[in-house]
Design a protein around this ligand. Structure first.
Ligand SMILES: [Fe+2]
Length: 385
């Protein structure tokens, strides 16, 4: 069943574009904005660069710099309350997915009463556009600058939930490769694998559609071309631009088809063992792609070849799957992505995640997903990756 392709929000892409933030906010009619980021962005000096641009345009700022990983609902409520108290007329989110998603959710609270928990829902609870929001990614990963929603942790239910729809829509994404130059190799590798997971899983989802397939193919190709390079030489601006572009494309690609096995298995792995999102989602990706090859052999062939492997013309679906599995494993080794053993986990701990994966209600992988299948993928990933 194909999904609906939604055209993404406007995106300004290019080296140096972050310097235009102030001018763009002025065009949007803003005079005082809430700027949302975390301590990492602050310490890297990235927030100051953007703030400089905003102030140069004569726009006042109030900063919320307490964004946390897996942003908790109370943090969003704090950010929203600050924006309301300071009477801001716009929001800017700078950082990875956590900062951008906090900014999206805080935007809702500028024009709707708190707490944020009452606005969770994939269809979007808030139906009015609210105030302008600019998001500026500093990692090539989540693609939140091009998706119509954000992931927030509901601390009462202890689950991640979603804000979505026009109420938290991005008015403009500013995607500047220069901002990713200082990203350390380990974060570059993890977030880069998140890009690959978004693209591969949306491309092979049961709900894939032709528009998203185009975007996913290009994202996979860009990852194959640039990810290993940026992990070895973070100062390579051309490769950084390629990965950042791939991240935005991956975000667009997944908005209708969504993700399947990689993310479904990665979410509880990440939550239970504090494994970074991209690394957790990539854990079973090689074996998952091999598993689904009989259902989508041509797509798996594309993935293998985009990652640099040769697939013989007479290869069976199973052989194609194996080649793609090896290609992804090779990339993970090349970028020094940590494996399950490196987190000190036993196989028993890892396999215990399988029932939690099933609770997510898996339905989008193109092959049947049973608990036995998930256990097998985890078992193999533990031994092989
Ligand atoms: Fe992801």
């Amino acid at each position: 069943m194909p999904s609906i392709f939604s055209s993404p929000n406007p995106i300004l892409f290019g080296i140096g574009t972050a310097k235009e933030t102030g001018a763009r906010l002025k065009e949007l009619g803003c005079s005082k904005v809430l700027v949302v980021f975390d301590q990492g962005v602050k310490n890297a000096g990235i927030a100051d660069k953007v703030l400089e641009s905003i102030h140069a345009a004569g726009i006042k700022t109030v900063c919320y710099d307490n964004v946390l990983p897996d942003p908790p609902d109370w943090s969003v409520d704090e950010a929203g309350a600050l924006g309301v108290k300071e009477n801001v007329d716009g929001v800017v989110g700078i950082g990875g997915g956590s900062s951008m998603d906090t900014a999206k959710a805080a935007k809702i609270l500028l024009t709707n009463p708190p707490p944020i928990n009452q606005y969770f829902g994939r269809q979007g609870v808030v139906k009015t556009a609210g105030k302008p929001l600019i998001v500026i990614p500093t990692t090539a990963g989540t693609g939140s600058e091009s998706t119509p929603g954000g992931v927030i942790t509901d601390t009462k239910r202890n689950v991640k939930d979603v804000v979505a729809g026009i109420g938290c829509a991005v008015t403009l994404g500013i995607v500047d490769p220069e901002l990713t130059i200082s990203l350390p190799p380990a974060i570059t590798a993890s977030t880069g694998m998140d890009v690959l997971c978004h693209a591969v899983e949306s491309f092979t989802s049961k709900r894939s559609n032709s528009f998203c397939d185009v975007l996913a193919r290009e994202a996979i190709t860009l990852v194959g071309k640039h990810l290993a390079i940026v992990c070895q030489d973070g100062s390579n601006v051309e490769a950084r631009a390629g990965m950042l572009f791939a991240g935005s494309l991956g975000g667009m690609a997944l908005s209708g088809p969504l993700c399947h096995l990689g993310h479904d298995i990665g979410k509880p792995l990440g939550a239970n063992f504090h494994i970074p999102h991209g690394t957790a989602c990539a854990t079973c990706l090689p074996q998952a792609v091999e598993y689904i090859a009989p259902a989508v052999p041509e797509k798996v062939k594309f993935i293998a070849e985009a990652l640099g492997s040769n697939v013989p013309g007479n290869a069976t679906a199973e052989e194609t799957g194996l080649i793609a599995c090896e290609a992804i494993k090779g990339l993970m080794r090349e970028i020094n992505l940590p494996n399950l053993k490196s987190y000190g986990l036993t196989k028993e701990q890892v396999l215990a995640v399988a029932p939690e994966v099933m609770k997510l209600g898996l339905e989008l992988a193109p092959m049947p997903t049973t608990e036995a299948v998930v256990r097998n993928l985890l078992d193999r990933a533990y031994d092989e990756n």
